[in-house]
Design a protein around this ligand. Sequence first.
Ligand SMILES: *Cc1c(COP(=O)(O)O)cnc(C)c1O
Length: 396
Amino acid sequence: MTITPLMPVYPRCGVRPVRGEGAYLFGEDGQQYLDFASGIAVNALGHAHPHLTKAIAEQAATLMHVSNLYGSPQGEHLAQRLVDNTFADTVFFTNSGAEAVECAIKTARRYHFANGNPQRHTLITFDTAFHGRTLGAISATNQAKMRDGFEPLLPGFAYAKFNDLEGALALIDDNTAGFMVEPIQGEGGIRQASHEFLTGLRKACDEHGLLLVLDEVQCGYGRTGKFFAHELYGITPDIMSVAKGIGGGFPLGACLATEEAAKGMVAGTHGSTYGGNPLAMAAGEAILDVMLEDGFLENVTAMGDRLRQALEQMIPNHDHLFDSVRGTGLMLGLKLKSDSRAFVAFARDNHNLLLVSAGENVVRILPPLVIDESHIAECIDKLSTAARVYVPAADD
Ligand SMILES: *Cc1c(COP(=O)(O)O)cnc(C)c1O
């Protein structure tokens, strides 16, 4: 037998974390890493945050799981807090981002069905998008690397170029349900929607009776310095998927919607065994407690500005390697002039700095949202030391 007990779908690296504290991870043999990947934008409060771990431990000892057949005081409370702080009127809790996306797709289709327009089932999505790995979510991207070998995929998606408003509008026809888009593409390479593009999609939805579905699984929940990235654009979606930071490491996602957009989601149309169980709700409440504290989001913006400035200052010293900085808040990307994966591996293996590569040879920099200036200085120090000695492979 050569297959590993863990299904070998990930090319795992040599870092083997067993403990975490704040912005640091510790490996099996005691190595210390500066974690500016945060489990890919998940550990919003860093590792082992006392408020989060206490909330989870206490809830686990009180009531971990009951069926959604019963009333949920815990779910009602967290949903109400999300409703109070967002565009949404209603929330469905999931265990992951892909499930939140699935719920968003189903909610959009059901809306048109409830309106007597079941033929309006096609969501226009965008190239280099990432919405997760379920069959529905991979159908919503046209990237071969995620789709190959899994056909037949779900019908009901059309693909436009990201940030090409004209191209997206040209795809609208009698079958269009709406658009589904990340305000800032994460996996795609920290590609930010232009103001004209996102507000243009909103306007088209209003004009044509379509739904704007935003996937804020990565860019949402404080990462940009706003609670949600769409606040940067002065628009609101009809439906939105959220996950990653919402549980701070506890598996939690959510689909948020307006009352109008959720009109088809009546009893019996959707469900999840674990979704929104008391343990997950305790984690979600704890994250929100901290994130909604005065000054939390302002600190994300301030640290994001510092980090960005420091990265920009560093670029001219290493302009054989670094091209430019992109992104907002603490969702930053460093575009390289050579393969970003190779450099991420180099910084990790030689300088104990954890980053994530993304599309377009971008290095994603996604620190915990609770970092201070000392962590920024340490990151810049490690990055510039790595850049000084790094030699890109000749064929990059
Ligand atoms: C990570 C991600 C997902 C998928 O989330 P999972 O929890 O891995 O299912 C969906 N959309 C976006 C934008 C993401 O970044």
